[in-house]
Design a protein. Structure first.
Length: 528
């Protein structure tokens, strides 16, 4: 077995993305209650049963630790797993569990709990696709668990930071009401939950982590996540002092918060690291979008620059693929750009050969104004479009069950690109009506071969070439029309400290944010 220490090594040897950096922090103050405004109620708090969006991950990271953490350079660092090792062919991974850790219900974190956790993820209708490659989950000894896979899985450690890496108590996993009774090893534990109102957490007094001075973490006495759906209201509550921390990603909210940058009462920070892509996903399993001519016509008909000018999308955030232009994985592959003539010719060709019009429903939980603008652009090519606004949860359900034509959506924020394997692989495609995390349902042999190649190696040159092929196939088959990278912003009162200073359990600098989500383990409120 090849041994991989988690201290400072990137499991995939990936080139560093534009990760935010951390600086030395002042002496922390213990105590205080933090009010955190979030945009929606999480869809439950069981990592094995609920699909976590950014809000879900934010709350969950206060309750659950993960097997690994991510360093400031984007590499894998220790978490609940103190170290792990892999077989030379990357078909077996062995995790060594950090000793002396218990869940907040008193249950010991050991190999038996780890096996229960991984098996629950594998058996779950929500997360099972991600662990479909795993054939065996074995207890080696009380402190060691081993996973065996069908195909090589070189980037497996990165999965252990996301939802799959969140470890819930076996008692929560066996609790029919476990979605509302979270029990982890994290810095906080649940005190009270009011659906669609607030989630109050209190300090885990037995938390296993300490800071560099030996002070037990976390510093805060409590965190209350309050649901404030309207962005402008969240900003007003921040300004009035009702809230201490908020996140924002809409263009209008970002502009307002940027106006507070010079106000000494607030600290405003953009997340410069990996972020979600905003895109239109096309259902390739459903007519007329099962015809590539129609999908290519839509790409040509969409004038992204005009949409950006109309809606204030930053030009630097526009992209013609799944990766930001400053990403080490980005490749310029000549994706279809705006060309109204080509768009109309393709639609005319489709109509002539099939005798059918092109009628599409464009749905989103986002701004209806943008949808209408897109609809107007498509109409110029002869595409009849109806616009539908649905809430976020309904939109996600429609996406995973294929009950849609086109959706204006945002997703795919990852530290390592292989984390999107499950969403893009044709192995996970399914007919409309069946569950699939491959939202577009595209099954393309060349795309799958490239994804499989990158999935099984840590060689940078090989991976870059593979992801270039991925982008080429996306440009050719058009399962997505790429728009821009979301700009997450984190706003706090100035007395909220270390919302940007994050360390790993071994005291190394950690990446402060991933897709606008961050840990509150070392956050504190300064006294006047």
């Amino acid at each position: 077995m090849a041994v991989l220490s988690l201290g400072g090594c990137s499991a995939s040897s990936a080139p560093s993305a534009s990760a935010p950096t951390t600086t030395a922090a002042p002496k922390a103050h213990k105590g205080g209650a933090l009010a955190f405004g979030i945009e929606a109620d999480p869809n439950g708090l069981d990592p094995t049963r609920n699909a976590f969006d950014a809000v879900g991950r934010q709350v969950a990271l206060s309750l659950f630790d993960t097997w690994v953490t991510i360093g400031a350079d984007g590499g894998v660092q220790p978490g609940l797993a103190q170290s792990f090792e892999h077989a030379p062919d990357y078909r077996q991974w062995t995790l060594h569990i950090r000793p002396g850790i218990s869940f907040t219900d008193g249950t010991k974190l050991d190999a038996a709990a780890a096996v229960t956790s991984f098996q629950a993820f594998k058996d779950s209708a929500v997360t099972g696709t991600i662990l479909k490659n795993v054939t065996a989950i074995d207890k080696v000894n009380d402190a060691t668990v081993r996973l065996t896979t069908i195909d090589p899985w070189a980037s497996f450690p990165y999965v252990l930071y996301g939802q799959i890496g969140m470890v819930a108590s076996p008692k929560q996993l066996s609790d029919p009401q476990g979605q509302s009774r979270p029990v982890g090893t994290g810095p906080f534990k649940l005190d009270a939950l009011e659906i669609n109102k607030q989630i109050k957490l209190v300090r885990n007094k037995d938390y296993w982590r300490k800071d560099a001075d030996g002070t037990q973490l976390p510093y805060l006495d409590s965190v209350t996540y309050t649901i404030v759906a309207d962005g402008s209201t969240r900003i007003q509550d921040l300004q009035s002092g009702t809230l201490d921390v908020i996140q924002a990603r809409s263009i209008s909210d970002t502009k307002i918060l940027d106006g507070l940058t010079s106000d000494p009462k607030f600290t405003i920070t953009h997340d410069p690291g990996v972020s979600e892509s905003a895109f239109i996903v096309l259902n390739t399993a459903k007519a007329p979008l099962d015809d590539v001519r129609v999908r290519r016509a839509i790409a040509y008909a969409t004038d992204v620059k005009a949409l950006a000018a109309q809606n204030g999308w930053p030009e630097a955030k526009l992209t013609n693929g799944p990766y930001a232009t400053n990403s080490p994985w980005h490749a310029d592959v000549g994706a279809p750009g705006h060309d109204a003539t080509k768009a109309k010719a393709l639609i005319d060709d489709y109509k002539h050969s099939t005798g059918k019009d092109v009628t599409i429903e464009l749905a989103s939980p986002f701004d209806a104004t943008v949808l209408q603008q897109v609809s107007d652009q498509w109409a110029a090519a002869g595409i009849k479009t109806t616009v539908k606004i649905a809430d976020a949860r309904a939109t996600v359900l429609n996406a995973v069950f294929g009950q849609y034509d086109a959706i204006f959506f945002s997703y795919f924020a990852t530290v390592d690109p292989d984390e999107n394997y499950y969403f893009w692989s044709g192995k996970n495609a399914a007919p409309a009506g069946a569950f699939s995390v491959n939202f577009s349902r595209l099954a393309d042999p060349q795309l799958d071969a490239a994804l499989d190649l990158a999935h099984g190696t840590v060689d940078i040159d090989t991976r870059k070439q593979a992801y270039k092929t991925v982008q080429e196939r996306f440009a050719d088959q058009v399962p997505y029309v790429w728009l821009y990278q979301l700009d997450w912003i984190i706003a706090t009162h100035a007395n909220v400290k270390q919302a940007r200073f994050v360390t790993t359990p071994d005291g190394q600098p950690a990446i402060p944010y991933i897709d606008g989500v961050f840990s509150l383990t070392e956050t504190y409120i300064a006294t006047q």
